[in-house]
Design a protein around this ligand. Structure first.
Ligand SMILES: [Mg+2]
Length: 406
């Protein structure tokens, strides 16, 4: 079964998505997600370099193709390279599953559990709003929730917006073609506020669910250690992205000061971003999604090593990872032993006009789908009706104007 054609589909049904389509000589079509929010054209360009390398290759040789694109290239790693390799890898797993008539999780060893616990985002302009939102999600059946609220005294806060740009997900939706929004950050206001937010949620709703919070790379290691210690009484499932992720050694300092579990890695793309963190047992959860982590092939290998160190998965699942990437996350999550949780933020309504079938959440858990391959269907004619829409994520400044981590 040879690859005979490849095409990059960049479309924007509410969000920009980069989808690779590969076709084999017997007509099997596979899809892979390579979306990197705000840098979509870079992935598209990288994939244009890869497509000629794929034509004529045996589509069933997934591992060999992965090594050919990673080890065979002089330039390794990095978000654009690894998202592009991931898109190819997902498309090949999709093709193999479809050719054999089995879902990808069967190719990976079958399901290791009865359901995939997911968590949604519970946000609000006030703590009361967050508590109400969290109560509603728990009522829907969610077993885990992430809580974020507007920090009093700050005009904007990461993950929280006065007007949900997308009604369905509450996701941030920047203006088309505009330069990045600039938000203002004040660490002292944030650190004073978050323990109160978390305490209120536990006081009002109890301890019968998993509770998560994201600091979005904004803290220093010693600030993160302090915050983790304040949150210990509330038995967090995790504190996410406490410090800028690329400084692995910083986690040694955080770990010395708190027993609150730590999650990091949504901006990572390789085992080598985790080597210190995992082998020194400095984190508890891997956040890298399939889309940004070199594909199912690399992330499965990474999770295999992580399992030996007691580190579990919590793959990134925002609405700027396409339904193809979300499906790939889910197949890997079904199959690995060390699953923790799957983030599932949800999608704007238009997404389903292009991605006409993809994994769904019911009663707070991902519904097992035995559709062959990744189980995602795409209406390519519809995709053409939603052309690429240039947008940027915001940037972040301290109150004195100094640029800070987003
Ligand atoms: Mg995060």
């Amino acid at each position: 079964m040879r690859i005979v054609a490849g095409e990059v589909i960049v479309s924007s049904p509410g969000r920009n998505f980069v989808t690779l389509k590969l076709v084999t000589d017997d007509g099997v079509v596979g899809y892979g997600d390579g979306t990197v929010n705000g840098r979509e054209r870079a992935v598209e360009g990288y994939l244009q370099h890869l497509i000629p390398l794929l034509i004529g290759r045996d589509a069933t040789r997934i591992e060999d193709t992965w090594q050919y694109l990673y080890r065979g290239a002089y330039w390794r790693r990095g978000p654009i390279t690894m998202a592009s390799i991931s898109a190819v890898d997902q498309a090949l797993w999709d093709i193999s599953g479809k050719a054999l008539g089995v879902p990808v999780h069967r190719l990976l060893g079958g399901t290791s559990r009865d359901y995939l616990m997911t968590y949604p985002h519970c946000t609000g302009m006030t703590v009361d709003e967050v508590v109400d939102e969290a109560a509603a999600k728990l009522e829907e059946g969610y077993k885990a929730i992430r809580v974020q609220a507007a920090v009093p005294g700050l005009a904007t806060t990461y993950g929280v917006h006065a007007h949900a740009d997308d009604e369905e997900t509450g996701a941030y939706e920047p203006a088309s073609g505009a330069l990045p929004d600039e938000e203002i950050w004040d660490t002292k206001l944030y650190l004073d506020f978050v323990p109160k937010l978390v305490k209120r949620v536990r006081d009002e709703l109890g301890y019968g669910f998993e509770l998560l919070h994201d600091s979005h790379h904004r803290l220093t290691p010693i600030e993160a250690g302090w915050l983790g210690k304040q949150l210990e009484p509330y038995r967090m499932f995790w504190l996410e992205d406490a410090t800028p992720a690329e400084d692995q050694a910083a986690f040694r300092l955080i770990r010395q000061h708190t027993t609150t579990p730590l999650a990091v890695g949504e901006v990572f793309n390789s085992w080598f971003d985790y080597q210190t963190l995992i082998t020194e047992r400095l984190i508890d959860f891997v956040r890298t999604p399939v889309t940004h982590g070199g594909g199912i092939t690399h992330l499965r290998q990474l999770m295999g090593v992580a399992d030996f160190y007691g580190v579990r998965s919590g793959f990134h699942g925002p609405s700027d990872i396409s339904p193809v990437g979300m499906a790939a996350n889910c197949h890997l999550s079904w199959s690995i032993h060390n699953f923790g949780v799957q983030e599932y933020m949800g999608y704007p309504e238009q997404v389903s006009k292009v991605f006409t079938r993809f994994p769904v959440v019911e009663n707070g858990v991902v519904v097992l789908d035995d559709t062959p391959g990744l189980g995602v269907e795409i209406d390519e004619d519809a995709a053409k009706r939603f052309p690429f829409d240039p947008k940027y994520l915001p940037v972040n400044r301290k109150t004195d104007g100094t640029l800070h981590d987003w």
